[in-house]
Design a protein around this ligand. Structure first.
Ligand SMILES: C[S@@+](CC[C@H](N)C(=O)[O-])C[C@H]1O[C@@H](n2cnc3c(N)ncnc32)[C@H](O)[C@@H]1O
Length: 334
């Protein structure tokens, strides 16, 4: 039977509400929730699109840091509609990719993601199913952690240990970010930490006294989203703030795989959003010395201050620090 193609004008609100309720209540861990291809089509146009905007921010940062994936297979594990794998391939190209493998506990999801990927990358080998034994290529993980009971989390870690590189994006909540930090700590013996960290030591958030903090940033939705009737309706029906896209992420590369460039050692990574006040800004920053709040005086870096006031994201900061004050400032904005 032919189905009319789902569009932003013809969304199935009942399906989206059911999916949203499952995501919010954490019942995803209880079992497969994709009931039809239409579920995936509705998700792909909406929730997955918001996830794509987070991936765009992550991939832009990786490019800023001069990182590109090693050659080989790309595995999108827990692929859902397959948005994460498609974002990675769109951003980094397919020249060095031997195949895209899509895996999910839902056969419907694998079928959907495979069909979408084949439509977008007609020349690429696209397969689905369990990753093969042995060395895995680039492992792409997106919004999976809070659906995994402990045993499944352990087997995912086993798979990650076989990967050449791992790109992992999760929601920017305290819980999800802390769960990702736990993964970081368990993988860092085998992997170089490419981003967001600028150092290879224990995560500074694990130091006593930092429990209330979490590693997250905010992606920017496309300009004009608030003027788009379809998106505004989606946000209202789903109870979502379209402008807020918090995410946490981790980029890892197997130690010794390629010569590692310490391009950003000595820099700090800004966590969360800078808080801008009259004449100064405060930033929670993470560096080799741990995490701490830094104060940037407008008079010390007027141009940078102006950009912060305009809500441009600031990711990396190189500065001399006196007490809590950032003095000579070099900054990288995406
Ligand atoms: C919230 S969705 C995210 C989908 C996609 N990665 C994205 O970012 O849009 C989580 C996905 O993980 C899958 N999943 C959950 N537990 C899994 C498991 N143990 N093995 C494989 N896939 C799993 C679900 O079926 C679902 O497709």
């Amino acid at each position: 039977m032919m189905h009319a193609e789902t569009t932003l004008d013809t969304l199935d609100w009942d399906a989206l509400e059911r999916l949203r309720d499952g995501f919010l209540s954490g019942t995803g861990a209880a079992g497969v929730y994709w009931q039809s291809r239409a579920d995936l089509a509705n998700y792909d146009l909406t929730f997955a699109q918001r996830i794509a905007w987070k991936w765009d921010a992550v991939l832009a940062e990786l490019k800023l840091r001069g990182w590109a994936p090693p050659p080989g297979e790309v595995i999108d594990w827990g692929c859902g509609s397959g948005v994460a794998g498609r974002c990675v391939l769109r951003e980094f190209g397919t020249e060095n990719v031997t195949a895209l493998r899509l895996f999910d506990r839902s056969a419907l999801a694998m079928e959907f993601a495979e069909a979408r990927a084949k439509a977008v990358f007609p020349k690429l080998a696209v397969t689905s199913g369990e990753p093969e034994a042995g060395r895995a290529g680039l492992l792409v993980l997106s919004h999976v952690l809070n659906e995994l009971p402990e045993a499944e989390c352990e087997s995912l870690l086993q798979l990650a240990r076989r990967a050449d590189a791992v790109l992992w994006v999760e929601p920017g909540t305290h819980t999800d970010s802390r769960a990702l930090v736990a993964m970081r700590e368990r993988l860092r013996d085998d992997f170089d930490l490419v981003a967001p960290c600028t150092h290879q030591a224990t995560c500074g958030l694990l130091t006593a006294g930092n429990e209330r903090h979490w590693c997250h940033n905010f992606a920017a939705p496309p300009a004009g989203i608030m003027a788009d009737g379809n998106w505004v309706r989606f946000a209202q029906r789903m109870g979502i703030d379209l402008r807020s896209l918090p995410y946490s992420f981790l980029a890892l590369e197997r130690k010794g795989l390629r010569a590692a460039e310490e391009q950003f050692s000595g820099w700090s990574r800004v966590v969360g959003a800078p808080r801008v006040y009259k004449g100064f800004a405060k930033m929670f920053s993470c560096g080799p010395g741990g995490v701490r709040d830094l104060t940037l005086q407008k008079r010390d870096a007027p141009e940078l201050f102006k950009r912060l006031r305009n809500e441009e994201p600031l990711l990396l900061l190189k500065c001399a620090v006196a007490g809590e004050r950032a003095e000579t400032v070099g900054a990288t904005l995406p």
